[in-house]
Ligand binder design. Structure first.
Ligand code: AKG
Ligand code: FE2
Length: 192
């Protein structure tokens, strides 16, 4: 539903079915103990999710923090009747390509994969539940072909999601500052 809303808001609803047909879903439950480093209180290092969309449900103990464009960290408070939706990088590719092709109409990127992290401030264990969508194994993530033409080049190469995740966790990927842009970026423009 959230994905459909995003695709619709980008004005490319007709591509939703083909996107939806190559998506898989997974649920993960996370437990965070008291962080070893009591200076930073970091439970999970800053990162962007590689997948399409992650829905996060925090237990009573807060900890999720999202970075703003200005670099500040904002805490997301747990709520019993709401969830947090995090856009991942695979979605960013679709979005960036769409935006690029409709650049004249849209002056800016509409959705971005945000940097986020977990900090556990107190002495209690923290729990969270995550529901994530991602491209099916070995499926290609690419922009609809009619959106790419000579005047409107695409920002990213089509890519195999499984290969991307392998690279992300490889020795080389871990050493690379921005593995996503290093691997798929076609031009030199910043796509942070
Ligand atoms: O536990 C959370 O609130 C978020 C965890 C997270 O960002 C992740 O596992 O990718
Ligand atoms: Fe995450």
């Amino acid at each position: 539903m959230v994905q459909m809303m995003i695709v619709e808001s980008l004005g490319v609803k007709k591509h939703y079915d083909s996107l939806a047909s190559s998506i898989t879903y997974a649920v993960r439950l996370s437990e965070y103990g008291v962080p070893l480093n009591q200076d930073t209180k970091i439970g999970l290092d800053p990162h962007k999710d590689p997948n399409l969309v992650t829905v996060v449900c925090q237990s009573k103990i807060e900890g999720l923090e999202v970075q703003t464009f200005d670099g500040d960290w904002v805490s997301v408070k747990p709520s019993p009747n709401s969830v947090t939706v995090i856009v991942g990088q695979a979605f960013q590719v679709l979005k960036l390509s769409f935006v690029n092709n409709f650049l004249q109409a849209w002056s800016n990127m509409r959705v971005r994969a945000p940097n986020h992290r977990v900090r556990v401030l107190g002495k209690e264990k923290r729990f969270s539940a995550l529901f994530a969508s991602r491209p099916s194994p070995n499926s290609m993530v690419k922009s609809p072909e009619e959106l790419g033409d000579e005047d409107h080049h695409l920002l990213f190469k089509p890519f195999n999601y499984t290969e991307f995740v392998k690279f992300l966790y490889s020795e080389e990927g871990r050493k690379t500052k921005d593995p996503f842009n290093a691997y798929f970026r076609i031009g030199n423009e910043e796509a942070a």
